[in-house]
Design a protein around this ligand. Structure first.
Ligand SMILES: Nc1ncnc2c1ncn2[C@@H]1O[C@H](COP(=O)(O)OP(=O)(O)O)[C@@H](O)[C@H]1O
Ligand SMILES: [Mg+2]
Length: 252
């Protein structure tokens, strides 16, 4: 359970560029929920995810994860429990390292004591079978530098890495937005499968209204750092893209 209580975050306080990115936001996300977050540019979506990840200390309010107050806990201490995928397929992986080497890092990430595991045969086979589960044929490219793969292939691997050891929370920030439509669909299907299989508590930001309706079990719209709409599965399933666009228009 993620509990965000009365959180405010202002950037550039006291300057002409001052912006209230989070405006006294209160939000509870139960375990295993898949929450989709939409909202205009600058409405605070990324700031919300960054706040959960610990990129900053909120000006007011608190954040608890599974009952533990992490408001003042630095990002690196939370990282073990949080998987993240960003818009840019080039973030989150090391381009000159091979698929196998990148996965090895993901497999070892957050272990209290890093065993000096090399890429022995058994470990390689384990990594290979995980890659095969993506059903993209990438298990045959384990020794290819990840930077040589397409954006979609790379984003699928980033997702696999972010969830390699299932995190308590998965944060996806427009992670399909930079991909061509076919790759975006593949990565989205993969996302739904992984979230479901591992029962991950997930926040996903998207600008794709069809995706926002089809995916997840709760939909929230942000506006100027606050929650402008928050609906559960039952109501969400009746929405159309036109309904959502109308709600956007009504907010302007
Ligand atoms: N590190 C930062 N420094 C200054 N302003 C920021 C910073 N991060 C976000 N902002 C501002 O906060 C507002 C919300 O940004 P953001 O959360 O990135 O919006 P969204 O992801 O919804 O597009 C924007 O006006 C943005 O310019
Ligand atoms: Mg953003």
């Amino acid at each position: 359970m993620i509990e965000i209580t009365n959180c405010t975050k202002t950037f550039g306080e006291g300057t002409p560029n001052m912006v209230v990115a989070l405006a006294n936001i209160t939000l509870a996300i139960p375990d295993g929920q898949f929450l989709v977050v939409i909202g205009a540019n600058g409405s605070g979506k990324s700031t919300l995810l960054n706040g959960i990840a610990g990129a900053f200390i909120p000006d007011t309010g608190s954040i608890t994860l599974d009952g533990v107050d992490v408001t003042h806990q630095p990002a690196h201490r939370r990282a073990r429990h949080i998987g993240r995928v960003f818009q840019n397929p080039f973030a989150g992986t090391a381009p000159t390292m091979t698929v196998a080497e990148n996965l090895r890092l993901a497999a070892l990430r957050g272990l209290p004591k890093r065993p000096l595991l090399g890429l022995n045969r058994a470990f390689r086979n384990q990594l290979r079978s995980r890659v095969a589960s993506l059903e993209m044929g990438l298990e045959n490219r384990m020794d290819t530098p990840i930077g040589l793969l397409s954006g979609g292939q790379r984003q699928a691997l980033t997702l696999l890495m972010a969830t390699f050891r299932p995190p308590a929370i998965l944060l996806l920030d427009e992670h399909t937005a930079a991909l061509d439509p076919g790759s975006a669909t593949t990565v989205m299907e993969l996302t739904e499968r992984i979230v479901k299989e591992k029962k991950l508590t997930t926040l996903m930001v998207t600008h794709d209204m069809e995706q926002a309706i089809a995916v997840g079990d709760r939909l929230m719209m942000m506006e100027r750092g606050a929650v402008a709409m928050d609906i559960q599965q039952a109501e969400k399933s009746h929405l159309t893209v036109a309904d959502l666009l109308a709600r956007f228009a009504g907010k302007r």
